[in-house]
Design a protein around this ligand. Sequence first.
Ligand code: PRT
Ligand code: MG
Length: 231
Amino acid sequence: MTISPFEGITLALSKGRIYEDTLPLLQAAGIVPLSDPESSRQLILPTNRPDVRLVIVRASDVPTYVQYGAADMGVAGKDVLLEHGGEGLYQPLDLGIARCRLMVAVPQSFDYSKAIQRGARLRVATKYASSARNHFALKGVHVDLIKLYGSMELAPLTGLADVIVDLVSSGNTLKANHLEAVEEITAISARLILNVAAWKLSRSRMAPIVDAFSHGVASAMTGRTNTGIQG
Ligand code: PRT
Ligand code: MG
């Protein structure tokens, strides 16, 4: 099989909330996907513009595709970018979408501040090892990190860990598992990311898309403000 070169701009996105929240921004840039990643199994989605295509990858793989130039640009959560490290990427724009918070959470019966005061060594289960390590190092708390790939909430319930570091939006998942958030590590939202080399070589073709995203973000923010004033 030969790989046909694509001369246009390739944008990497993950399915689910990032895709849904990015669609209006794409539309603002005059880009409309020709199929829906939720219903089609296609991983390369053509758009109404022959010079723009989307590739659908796992959320945590988006920075990797962009770093190596397999995609020229992409949309990735700050959580994912903190773990990736950001090498080879420009991050020109906070899109303000897919918002949540990276938090430390514990069983409702666990006295976190007491454990910290005593200088206890904590077992921390998380998908966000790098962010968790930095957070506890800054606090001077000794931790054993246990790397997981999902369902972090289960770890304290089964004795795998004392605490978890996970993303929280409504808080319903924590509540359903008798956990509570005790500390915010950082606020999270999705960022537009660009391959550094592609930006240098194809800036004239990429800049209109970046600008349209930027205007889309600005008008979404105005919309929010207006709603606030009217409400
Ligand atoms: O699902 P997959 O393993 O493929 O990857 P992923 O979970 O990284 O992808 P996806 O699509 O679920 O999330 C993509 C991005 O959305 C993340 O990288 C975040 O930047 C952002 N985001 C925003 C969230 C959430 N909100 C969120 N609530 N990502 C995950 N969650 C999960 C959280 O991990 C927890 O399990 O939702 C649960 C908590 O939600 P609440 O509402 O119950 O608090
Ligand atoms: Mg998920």
